[in-house]
Write a protein that binds this ligand. Structure first.
Ligand SMILES: Cc1cc2nc3c(=O)[nH]c(=O)nc-3n(C[C@H](O)[C@H](O)[C@H](O)COP(=O)(O)OP(=O)(O)OC[C@H]3O[C@@H](n4cnc5c(N)ncnc54)[C@H](O)[C@@H]3O)c2cc1C
Length: 404
């Protein structure tokens, strides 16, 4: 799809697109059949190439070694990288590390940045973010059971979390824990850095999700914190600011996710078109000749275009006015885009018949991994409610102004 981008971005996007097609698409059969970790040694070589081309860390400011792109520009890069499963990892802009880098840049002390941020930016380590709990609703992050209690110079942390994605092989976690239980609900929790090898911080299991247990970066862990002791100097930002910092991380983070989902939709669409044109339902009669297929192609194209423009508009609002002013736009894309992606993936799988659910294409893996998009970073229902509430508030204020 044509979209007017600056000559600088056109050059970057061409390089990224070429790299993804020439260097990463060929890895797909191995990644899909043998798992992400099977290609790690090759991916480290690819990462070195990406760094040498000056394309690593598209989301990070130049002073920290990144490309210094705006939210919108980085969104365009994400859409290219997402077309294959290893893309974001190769460019060191994968969740949850990208969000952790942003937090450490903004709130990390010089000592925290030296020890935890620098190796992360260099691609030498990985990290995880540990907020969601087994016994509390993740969609209400102001209510949680994990505590961090001061004892001497330390915090002592106790809790039971899950969906601590990419814990396996990470160097440290950023954990959300209640430090100020008597404060108003948005000021109760703090974010604290916990090195993975701290005694008492243990893996229960990499949870099996939709039949896939995963490993390394591609995994979701259930973990326990049992009298985990870390120095108070591991606190990130102010005590009680955990919720606020989490919210800040989520604004641009949701743009990254949504553009990644636009990229996945684009890849599914490309596969759909190829399949329509090459698979014959009878001699000399391609699938593409069928009206139902033509209709699916038009509907998918329209829906992806709409999703893409909505995300770019939200990104542009963040760039110009900040994440707070883009709250409605961010909530709208957070439920709209995953639903478009799931619909496109479903049609693409259907068009591929039995092949669609094999690992002969990336469609089945996309579908299995990305169903979660409607749940994490705020489930659909919560975003619909909060956007609706805000739209009505703004409308009410406008009505009051009009009336006098
Ligand atoms: C693949 C994956 C990766 C993840 N990675 C991480 C990670 O790295 N770190 C981390 O901390 N967490 C992570 N999570 C957890 C994720 O953030 C939570 O699953 C999410 O916040 C929802 O919380 P919950 O699962 O406890 O569901 P609940 O909060 O129990 O909600 C269950 C369902 O109830 C409905 N619901 C909830 N609230 C409302 C409401 N107010 N009104 C109407 N309906 C509502 C929604 O349909 C929701 O899906 C991940 C989750 C997945 C699936």
């Amino acid at each position: 799809m044509d979209f007017a981008v600056s000559p600088k971005m056109e050059k970057i996007l061409t390089k990224v697109r070429t790299f993804v097609r020439e260097e990463l698409y060929p890895l797909e059969p191995q990644v899909l059949n043998e798992g992400f970790s099977s290609v790690l040694p090759i991916l480290e070589e690819k990462r070195a190439k990406v760094r040498a081309m000056g394309l690593a860390l598209p989301q990070i400011e130049k002073e920290h070694g990144g490309m210094g792109l705006s939210v919108l520009e980085h969104g365009l890069v994400q859409a290219e990288l997402a077309k294959t499963y290893t893309g974001v990892y190769c460019f060191n802009c994968q969740a949850p590390d990208a969000g952790n880098m942003e937090i450490l840049i903004k709130y990390g002390t010089p000592e925290q940045q030296e020890r935890f941020l620098k190796p992360l930016l260099a691609g030498k380590t990985r990290s995880c973010f540990s907020m969601t709990e087994v016994d509390y609703p993740g969609s209400n992050p102001t209510w949680m059971g994990t505590t961090a209690v001061k004892d001497g110079d330390d915090y002592v942390i106790n809790g039971h979390k899950w969906f601590t994605s990419s814990y396996d092989g990470a160097e440290f976690a950023i954990v959300m824990a209640v430090t100020n239980p008597d404060a108003p609900k948005h000021g109760r929790a703090s974010q604290i850095i916990v090195p993975i090898d701290t005694p008492g911080f243990t893996l229960v299991e990499n949870i099996s999700c939709m039949g896939h247990r995963g490993e390394g970066w591609d995994s979701h862990a259930e973990v326990r914190y049992e009298n985990v002791r870390v120095p108070q100097s591991n606190l990130l930002g102010a005590e009680g600011a955990g919720f606020l910092i989490a919210q800040e991380r989520l604004g641009p983070g949701r743009i990254h996710h949504c553009m990644r989902w636009v990229g996945i939709s684009e890849r599914a669409f490309e596969l759909m078109c190829e399949q329509a044109l090459t698979r014959e339902v009878a001699p000399d009669r391609a699938l593409a000749t069928q009206q139902v297929v033509q209709t699916w192609i038009s509907e998918c194209r329209a829906e992806i275009n709409a999703a893409r423009l909505m995300v770019l508009q939200a990104a542009d609002t963040i760039d110009r006015l900040g994440a707070k002013e883009a709250r409605v736009e961010i909530s709208l894309i957070k439920f709209f885009v995953p639903n478009v992606m799931m619909k496109v993936l479903d049609r693409a799988i259907q068009l591929h018949g039995g092949r669609g659910i094999t690992e002969h294409t990336p469609l089945a893996t996309f579908w299995r991994n990305e169903r979660a998009s409607r749940i994490y970073d705020g489930p659909d229902e919560v975003h619909k409610m909060s956007a609706g509430k805000r739209i009505l508030e703004l409308f009410r204020a406008e009505m009051a102004r009009d009336q006098g």
